[in-house]
Design a protein around this ligand. Sequence first.
Ligand SMILES: [Zn+2]
Length: 292
Amino acid sequence: MSLTIAKKIIITTLSIWLVTSCKQQGGTTVSKDAKTSPSVSLQMFNSGQIKVNRLEAFSDSLHLYKGQSKAFVDPTYIITHHPTGKRLIWDTGLPEAIGKTPITPGDGTFTLSRQDSLVNQLKTLQLSYDDFDYIALSHSHFDHTGTANYFKNATWLVQANEYEFITNKDNAALGLAVSELTKVEKLKGDYDVFGDGSVVIKYTPGHTIGHQSLYIDLGLKRPILLTGDLYHFQENRQNKISPSFNYNFEQTRASMEAFETFAKQKNAIVIIQHSPKDYKKLQELLKNKTIH
Ligand SMILES: [Zn+2]
């Protein structure tokens, strides 16, 4: 989302600070088949609902999708490496200040709600925020950094340029969301998280200056590629359309090309993170281990 929109929303949401009651919700836990010598497992839950009321904001020309709206999910992914037990959290959803009651801040582009707290959602997986060694965010927009500050004991894996951007005093509102993350490993490009090629952060700049995507090899027939916000929905992937609030369109197009080449090379299943359809697809694929 654009800096302007993001700033407005963050400021609005922080000042509103809705107090909500939280109830437990189930997550999805999937491990690699024991017979195939597991090395990583994946868990996920939804950390927010986003209704885009003005979908034209997701076309670079602002001419597409006029009068349309679309529902987004906002997932959090947990990747555990075996047998080391080291654990990575990828994206942390909307701030908890945005509660169950939907709010439509700023210019009305988005209506936002979060049905449960991070702590409760982790509890359903028998985890707490202290169980994480690494935190990585696809990028620094508010719908991905919402609960990042819980993970202050984890090492933050962030592209050096994204770090410089979000910690710049001009972006103080965005920076608040990561102000507790003091253990920092600054990356310059792709990064093999566990050192065995199973989980690789892919540098895909353009949506933001240091945007990244995530490759996960669960040892099933096909690996998974999480887009971050390189794409927000299927039509934009098919037509290579960037949102209007993009850092650098040329970089994004180059990242899309590199991402698609890599996906093809690895025969990966591409999961668009904000897509409710892809969220369900990943749940089903992993539950039934039908990745082929
Ligand atoms: Zn997003």
